[in-house]
Write a new protein. Structure first.
Length: 370
């Protein structure tokens, strides 16, 4: 039998180790798919209440229509719409010539009454002295007493007439009751105005602003004075402020709408009377089961009457939660299901991920670029 050819020792060694090395080499694993980045929303409790959104208008909390209490011709009107003033400033005045003459006449009548009173008082004293001595009758003394009473009455009347004339003279000047600004001007210089005819409408700087709106009769019973709501001002970049319900009207306007006044608790800079406002009234649920508010974009509809959301657990994995859609509101839905305040759900794009999938939260952890 022919001898086997000799192999080099190194070759024999490699041949023997080949099966062993092959058994110890793991198969190459596929690369792990990174978690999908999703936008999330934390469910907030809002007292299980509904939010009713209404339109309203901003007004100064303290406003007044100013007028003269007496008629006359306007001599000066020193302010116009938008002008500001301090308390006690002169805003307008009437021609006071007639009122000065009347005051002078009443003062003259008072001096005449004072002279007559002094005379009657002296005559009565003389008659009383003579009556004590028996020189005059009681009848004559009674006559002197009656004349003195008449003189005293005329003097009191003359004093009152002077006071009224001087008051009218002072009323020819219209002064500011408080610091504020002019919202409307309804008269002009040289114009003749009647007593109590509005000349200026002014607003105060000291009491802030309020929003006036109206609610249907079905909501009146759910509102409580002193409760906090929210107002937004579109003209100021949709700035918002808490607003306290100050007054609820007792008489309806047209269509059974009742007026509601809310005080703007934190007026944003630039707020002016007359601006439009959007009012969000937070109302308690009548049945205590108004559900929880979530973004509309978090809903995934499974059919005409069913929907679900994807909850994010502590391990950042998704769980499907079936919900009942109770009501659609502005930009959000109110739902009922196995959800609780403080839980996190997928806010957008829930239809592109699945239950059980691991996710990464947008804005948390390192950014991924694809």
């Amino acid at each position: 039998m022919p001898p086997f050819p000799r192999l080099p020792a190194v070759a024999l060694l490699l041949a023997g180790l080949a099966p062993l090395l092959a058994g110890c080499s793991p198969e190459a694993a596929p690369p792990e798919t990174p978690p999908r980045v999703v936008a999330s929303h934390v469910i907030q409790a809002d007292g299980n209440g509904a939010v009713t959104r209404l339109s309203g208008r901003v007004k100064a909390a303290e406003r007044t229509a100013l007028s003269f209490e007496i008629p006359g011709e306007i001599q000066s009107l020193s302010v116009d719409v938008g002008d500001t003033f301090a308390a006690g400033d002169t805003l307008a005045s009437l021609d006071d010539a007639r009122y000065r003459l009347v005051a002078q006449q009443r003062r003259a009548e008072r001096r005449e009454a004072e002279a007559s009173l002094a005379e009657k008082r002296q005559d009565y004293r003389r008659q009383a002295s003579l009556a004590d001595k028996g020189y005059v009758s009681d009848t004559r003394l009674d006559t002197a007493r009656a004349a003195l009473d008449t003189a005293e009455s005329r003097h009191a009347s003359a004093q009152a007439a002077v006071a009224l004339a001087e008051r009218d003279l002072r009323l020819t000047t219209l002064t500011a009751p408080y610091a504020g600004s002019v919202s409307q001007r309804q008269a002009e210089p040289a114009e003749r105005v009647a007593a109590n005819q509005t000349v200026l409408e002014v607003i105060s700087d000291r009491e802030g602003f309020e929003v006036e709106t109206s609610v249907p009769e079905t909501l009146v019973g759910a509102l409580v004075e002193g409760n906090i709501h929210e107002v937004r001002l579109p003209a100021l970049g949709d700035a918002s402020s808490p607003a306290t319900l100050r007054r609820l009207g007792t008489q309806p306007r047209s269509s059974n709408d009742y007026p509601v006044i809310l005080a703007v608790d934190e007026p944003p800079a630039g707020l002016r009377s007359g601006m439009t406002a959007r009012v969000a009234l937070s109302l308690p649920a009548a049945d205590g089961a108004a559900g929880l508010p979530i973004p509309l974009t978090a809903l995934v509809y499974d059919g005409e009457d069913s929907a679900h959301v994807l909850r994010i657990d502590d391990d950042h994995r998704l769980e499907r939660v079936d919900v009942e859609v109770l009501r659609l509101e502005e930009g959000r839905a109110r739902v009922r299901g196995a959800l609780a305040p403080g839980e996190r759900i997928v806010a957008r794009g829930a239809e592109f991920v699945d239950a059980g999938q691991a996710v990464s939260l947008l804005g948390e952890g390192p950014e991924r670029y694809h």
